[in-house]
Design a protein around this ligand. Sequence first.
Ligand code: GLY
Length: 464
Amino acid sequence: MKPFSKETYIQRRAELKKRVGNGLLLFLGNGEVGMNYADNAYRFRQDSSFLYYFGGDYAGLAAVIDIENDKEIIFGNELTIDDIVWMGYQPTIKEKSEVVGIYETRPLGDLDSYVKQAQAKGQTIHFLPPYRGEHQVWLQELLGINPAEQAAKASVTMIKAIVDMRNHKTPEEIEHIEAAIDVSVDMHLAAYREVRPGKTEAQIAAAVEQTVMSQDCFRSFPTIATTKGQTLHQHAFMNTLQDGDIFLLDAGAEDPLHYAGDLSSSMPVSEKFTEQQAMIYNLHLKTFQAAVDTLAPGVPFKQAHLNAATVLCEGMKEIGLMKGDPKEAAYSGAYAIFFPCGLGHMMGLDVHDMENLGEQYVGYPEGVKKSTQFGFKSLRLARPLEPGFVFTVEPGIYFIPELIDKWQAEKQFTDFICYDKLDAWKGFTGLRNELDYLITEDGARVLGHKKKPMTIEEVYAAKG
Ligand code: GLY
C-alpha cells in the first residue's frame, strides 16, 4: 500500500499549528535501545506522534514546529562513512524529510540552542509526556525540568490537540488499519489451523509470528497464545496443549506505516468445546452482540460496556453463578468478577492508541473522571463515540481463582455472586473474542475485509 503523500503530513502539521496557536512544539523521536549492549538493540519503533506528523521512521531524530517563526525543522545527524559501512546506504535526512514536506534539516546537536533561544525569547515550549528514560534525560537537558515533574508539566494544549486529531481517523488511515487487520485475521486463522493436543503454546505463537512477518508486517504488541486465558495478559509460552483445554490467542499486526490491528480468538484444543465451554462461549457471544448493538455516534462506549456486562450477569444468573437483578449487578460492578477489564480501547498508530498521552484525554470526555473501582477502572474508553473513532470490542469471561477467593473472603457483592457454586468453576480458565470497529456517520462497522471466526460453527470450520 502506498505511503501517505507529503500533503497529508503538511496538512496535519498545519492543523496542529492552528489548534495550538502559539509557541514551539517539540517532538522527540525514539532512539535505538540496547537489550544488553548498545549494538544489540530491541527492534526499533518510532514514537507514534512523531510518525503521525513527520513520518521519519528511523532512530535519532527530533523535530520542532515553531509557530511564531513559521518554521518546521527536523533535527538529525547524517550517516557517517562508518555508519554506511555497517548499515548500508540510506537516503539523507534531507531527502527523507522532503518526502513529508519539511525543507529545513539541521544536525541533532543544534536542537539544544534552538530550544534555548526560543525559551530566552519567552516562547512557550510545548512537549508531550515522556515514556522513555532517555527522553526524560533529554528533556531535562533541553528544558531543565526534573524527570519527576515532566509529565505534569507537559503541554495539555498540545496533548488535547493531538488526541483529537489522532482520535478521528481519515479514510486513508482506515485503509492502513484495515490492511493491518487483514493480516491479523491471517494470524488468527493460522492458530485455528495449528491448535491441537500435543502442540506447545510456543509452536502456535511461532506459526502466528511466521504469518505476520511473511506479509512484511510486524506484531502490534506481544502475542498472547495461551491455555491459561484467565490471565488477561499471559505472555509466557509455557504449556503443552491438552485435550479439553481452551486456547486463547490475542494477537495483531501493524502494517509498514505502523497502523495496528488487534484481534482475539478462543477455540477448543480438541475438535469440539465441552458442553460447559460451549455454554460459556455462547454467553460470551451474546455479550459481544449486546456491545456491538449499542455502538453508534453519540452513544458513550461505557454504555456498550454496561450493556455487555448486563447480558453477562443475566447469563450467569441462568447458570446459577449470580443472583439478583442483572442490571443492578452490572451497574454496581459485581460483573467484574468474571470480566475485570474494559470492553475495548482506541486503536490506531498504537494498539492502545495514545495511551502515552493519557487515557483520561483519549477515552474520557472533558469533566468525566475515570472510575477507581475495580473493573470500571480498567475501562480505557468510555466517551461518547464519534465518526472516525476506531476501537476494539473485546468482552471476555474469566474465572480467576485468586480473584474469586479474594472477593469471597471480603464478602464482596454477596447479593449478586453465588460463591458457593463458584468453587467448581475455578479451573475453567477464560475466553474472549475481539474485533475492531469504526464509528461511521450513522452507525458502526467492523473493520477488515476478511472474516475472523466468531460463532462455534465458524470456529470448528476454521479448525478444519
Ligand atoms: N490486545 C492486547 C491489549 O489490548 O492489551
